[in-house]
Design a protein around this ligand. Structure first.
Ligand code: GLV
Length: 318
C-alpha cells in the first residue's frame, strides 16, 4: 500500500476511505505540524494530504523527501503551496474544486447581509437588553435591487450571482476573460476593475488569492466605489490592503465589511476590532458536513488516481 501523510484531522467518513486505500498516517489530534515535523513525518511517504493551514513554501518543497509524488490539497485554493517549485521537483499538486461552491457562495451572501444589516452591532445590542426599537434604530443597507459587483466570476462567483438574483440584484463582474453568454446569465462584464468598482454598491470577492490579486482592494482602487459600498471577502485575506480598508470604513467610503478570511490568519489586524461596521467569521466558507466529506473524498480520489491507478489526477493544478 502507498503511504500518505494526512497533515490535519479528516472527518471519520474520510478516514474510513483513506485507510481502505492507503497506509495513511492520520493526525487524529489535529496537531498543527511545524515545517520540520511535516518534513520528517513525510519520510517514505508517497503523498501528502494537505490543508489550507499546511504551508508548503519554496523552502519546504525543496526539503520534502524524494518519495513524495503528490500534494493533494483539501481546499479549492492552493496559495499555501508553491506549485511552481513542486513542478520543478516533479510533484503534482491537486485541489478540490466544485464540491465547496455552494457552501462558500452561501457564506458570501451571509457576509454581505451580516455587514449591510449590521449584524454585529445587533448582536451586541440584543445581548445588552438595553436597546429600544425605534423607526431609525440600527438602520442598515438593503441589498434588494442594488448593483452587486463580483470580483472573480469562477464557479463560486457564479453561484453568488445566482443567489443574488433572488434579491433582484443587478450583477456586474470582472474576470480575466469575459464569460460565455450561457455562463454570464445576464451579468455585465467589466474588463477594468475600476469600472467594476464604479458599478458596485455591494462587492463580493471570489477570486483566487495570488500575486496578481494581492492588495487589489487598496487606497487607490477603493476610491472607485460609490460612497457607502458594502464589501464581502470569502476568498483570501491578502486581496485587501487592510490599512486602506480600515481608513475607508472609518470615513464612511465603505459602509460595512464582511470577512471570512484574513491576511496571516488566524491573526487579524487589531485595528479592525475597534470598528463596529464589521461582520466577522473564522474561515467557515466550506464548513458544512456534506461539503467537508466531499472535499475529503475528492482529495483522496486525486491521491488514488495518481498513486494506485497511475492516472493524471482529475484536479491537477500545476
Ligand atoms: C478554502 O479556503 C478553500 O480554498 O477551499
Amino acid at each position: 500500500m502507498k503511504k500518505i501523510l494526512v497533515a490535519r484531522k479528516l472527518l471519520d467518513e474520510n478516514n474510513k476511505k483513506i485507510l481502505n486505500l492507503f497506509d495513511a498516517k492520520l493526525n487524529k489530534e489535529d496537531k498543527l505540524y511545524s515545517t520540520d515535523e511535516l518534513i520528517s513525518l513525510s519520510k517514505e511517504c508517497d503523498g501528502i494530504l494537505s490543508f489550507p493551514t499546511t504551508i508548503i513554501n519554496t523552502e519546504t518543497v525543496k526539503k520534502l523527501p524524494k518519495s513524495i509524488k503528490i500534494i493533494s490539497n483539501y481546499a479549492v485554493g492552493f496559495g499555501n503551496i508553491d506549485t511552481i517549485e513542486a513542478s520543478k521537483k516533479g510533484i503534482i499538486v491537486t485541489n478540490t474544486p466544485e464540491v465547496l461552491t455552494d457552501a462558500t457562495a452561501d457564506i458570501s451572501i451571509l457576509l454581505l447581509l451580516g455587514a449591510s444589516r449590521r449584524a454585529y452591532e445587533g448582536r451586541l445590542a440584543a445581548e445588552s437588553e438595553s436597546w429600544n426599537w425605534s423607526s431609525d434604530y440600527l438602520i442598515g443597507k438593503q441589498m434588494t435591487g442594488k448593483k452587486l459587483g463580483i470580483l472573480g466570476m469562477g464557479r463560486i462567483g457564479r453561484a453568488v450571482a445566482k443567489r443574488a438574483k433572488g434579491f433582484n440584484m443587478e450583477i456586474h463582474y470582472h474576470n480575466r476573460n469575459k464569460l460565455s453568454l450561457e455562463l454570464e446569465q445576464g451579468a455585465i462584464y467589466h474588463k477594468n476593475i475600476s469600472e467594476l468598482f464604479n458599478n458596485s454598491e455591494f462587492l463580493s470577492i471570489n477570486c483566487p488569492g495570488s500575486k496578481e490579486t494581492e492588495n487589489l482592494i487598496n487606497e487607490k482602487t477603493i476610491q472607485n466605489f460609490p460612497d457607502g459600498v458594502v464589501i464581502a471577502n470569502a476568498a483570501r485575506g491578502e486581496i485587501i490592503d487592510d490599512e486602506a480598508m480600515i481608513k475607508a470604513m472609518k470615513n464612511g467610503k465603505v459602509f460595512a465589511l464582511g470577512l471570512d478570511v484574513y491576511r496571516g490568519e488566524p491573526k487579524i489586524n487589531q485595528k479592525y476590532l475597534k470598528l463596529k461596521n464589521l461582520f466577522l467569521l473564522p474561515h467557515l466558507g466550506s464548513a458544512t458536513t456534506i461539503t467537508r466529506i466531499n472535499m475529503g473524498d475528492r482529495a483522496i480520489n486525486n491521491l488514488n488516481q495518481l498513486l494506485n491507478y497511475k492516472q493524471k489526477p482529475a484536479d491537477q493544478v500545476n
